[in-house]
Design a protein around this ligand. Structure first.
Ligand code: HEM
Length: 487
């Protein structure tokens, strides 16, 4: 009774927000019962129709606000105060430490300032060669599947490809995931990514204690993988630091002018409050890039290929644009400038991100009262301590923003007339938006150029069945078929 009474001020504060019936003390358990990673998408749409784009739910003493409403989300995501990530992210801590993705407060702010120059266009320009070379390897790997009649899951192929790219660009090291190279490290990254996604879907396993007790074998395996990954990253950092110091001591000095800079090199040369970053600081950030920079992009790319396979008209138009920009004989080199000329491809990628957002949810813990002004809800306050979930996947299907949202229509992005840019946020928005957004777009463009020029994508295999993870998954994989093009 006392708990129920103590909730009253918080209940009163969110009276203007609809939501399912709450059983005193227990909350809306009847709604969460039977919710699975696969049915959560349909259930969310049902609840949106019933309660509107913003809804509240209590689970015991926790107040959860879920919002697919751009007006409210804009105010939350633009805030420089409400930047604390949800406790759901805690399962990433043992791997990523307190890096850019998971930190907040002063630490996040200073790190963001130091890391931003690592994504400067001059550095991205140098990465085009890495994207290009690895895309050619991807094409060679995919050629083994191009019999024109068999369906296969394209995700593992693009995942190894994005892992190769991020290792080379973040650490300056080749791990050859596509060709079976540095197996111990790449297997550890891939297994760890799977374990994190698996734990994410099982709320009780967010507790490290329960994870150790209920799944001791998985826990041991996970510790082994962590050690392999951390040892590897530390070794690479040490080697790059030694090389940097040696080159700075040498007469004609600076590595940056001679060799391609990896993101790691930018961190090695940075200071915070006059102090260089320690190896552990850098390790957190490099591991953050390794995680955040490969799985998101792999999902996005695999989904683009999946949906293109089912839209031959769009494929033809894309191929025509590629030929127009690079010549039928592919004589023009791929540069950042020429990638910017691929306007239709940009629309294709955006449309795929709308239909299949790789990060389906963004979740925050509110550290202070969140005051908002809203055209329907009026002025209000969501109390500190509440949890706020931005339903990114729902926003892409809002018919107010996107006509015929179920259809795949890249052309809609040519003249998209949104009331606010916050209506379309696959890379989030505001101060905690994705720092790797441009990197990802260029990487995806180079990959698509090579795959589309080499193969006709065929609508074979099972349909996509979405499954919620930290990153979007499909229960059936991302299936398609391939036929070699004769150029
Ligand atoms: C299609 C590919 C990608 C998508 C859809 C994507 C999406 C996102 C989203 C939605 C966030 C915000 C997460 C949150 O607030 O909880 C985010 C943050 C972040 N992303 Fe990406 N991302 C992609 C690729 C990349 C790449 C390639 C890198 C690195 C090379 C990267 C690095 C990061 C980092 C470090 C953050 C945390 C930024 C901060 O909190 O200041 N991402 N990304």
């Amino acid at each position: 009774f006392w708990i129920h009474l103590s909730q009253k001020p918080r209940r009163d504060a969110v009276k203007n927000i609809n939501g399912p019936y709450n059983i005193p003390l227990l909350g809306a358990l009847q709604e969460s019962y039977g919710l699975t990673p696969e049915n959560i998408f349909d259930k969310s749409f049902e609840m949106g129709l019933k309660y509107g784009l913003v809804l509240k739910a209590w689970i015991f003493n926790r107040l959860i606000i879920a919002s697919g409403d751009a007006e409210l989300n804009e105010q939350l995501l633009s805030s420089t105060v409400q930047i604390r990530k949800h406790t759901l992210y805690s399962i990433l801590h043992e791997w990523l430490g307190n890096g850019l993705l998971t930190s907040d407060g002063h630490k996040w702010y200073t790190r963001r300032r130091v890391i931003t120059p690592a994504f400067h266009f001059k550095i991205l320009e140098e990465f085009v060669e890495v994207f290009n070379r690895n895309s050619k390897t991807l094409v060679n790997c995919l050629a083994t599947k191009a019999d024109g009649k068999s369906a296969f899951d394209v995700y593992p192929f693009v995942c190894a490809h994005t892992l190769d790219i991020i290792a080379e660009t973040a650490m300056g090291t080749k791990v050859n995931a596509q060709t079976g190279g540095t197996k111990q490290y790449t297997n550890a990254v891939l297994e760890m990514t799977k374990t994190v996604a698996w734990r994410f879907l099982r709320i009780h396993l967010h507790s490290d204690f329960l994870f150790s007790v209920l799944h001791p074998f998985k826990k041991r395996q996970s510790e082994k993988n962590l050690k392999i990954m951390h040892d590897f990253t530390h070794k690479v950092i040490k080697e790059r630091r030694d090389a940097l110091e040696a080159s700075l001591k040498s007469a004609n000095g600076d590595v940056a002018t001679k060799k391609r800079m990896a993101l790691l090199d930018v961190l090695l040369q940075s200071t915070i409050d006059g102090e260089p970053l320690t190896d552990e600081d850098i390790r957190e950030e490099v591991d953050t890039f390794m995680f955040e920079g490969h799985d998101t992009t792999a999902t996005s790319m695999a989904c683009s290929l999946y949906i293109l396979a089912r839209h031959p008209r769009v494929q033809d138009k894309l191929l025509a644009e590629i030929n127009q920009v690079y010549g039928e004989d592919f004589s023009k080199p791929i540069t950042l400038q020429s990638l910017n000329d691929l306007k239709y491809m940009e629309c294709v990628i955006k449309e795929s991100l709308r239909k299949f957002p790789p990060v389906p949810l963004i979740a925050r813990n509110l550290t202070e009262d969140f005051k908002y002004t809203h055209s329907i809800l009026g002025d209000g306050v969501i109390p500190a301590g509440s949890e706020f979930i931005v339903i990114v996947f729902g926003m892409g299907y809002d018919p107010q923003a996107f006509d015929n949202p179920l259809n795949f229509i890249p052309e809609r992005h040519e003249n998209l007339d949104l009331k606010s840019s916050f209506q379309f946020i696959p890379f989030s928005a505001g101060p905690r938006n994705c720092i790797g957004q441009k990197f990802a777009m260029y990487e995806m463009k180079v990959t698509l150029i090579h795959v589309i020029r080499s193969f006709e994508l065929l609508p074979l295999g099972e349909a996509f069945v979405p499954e919620l993870g930290i990153v979007l998954r499909s229960v059936t994989g991302m299936q398609l078929g391939l036929r070699k093009r004769t150029i």
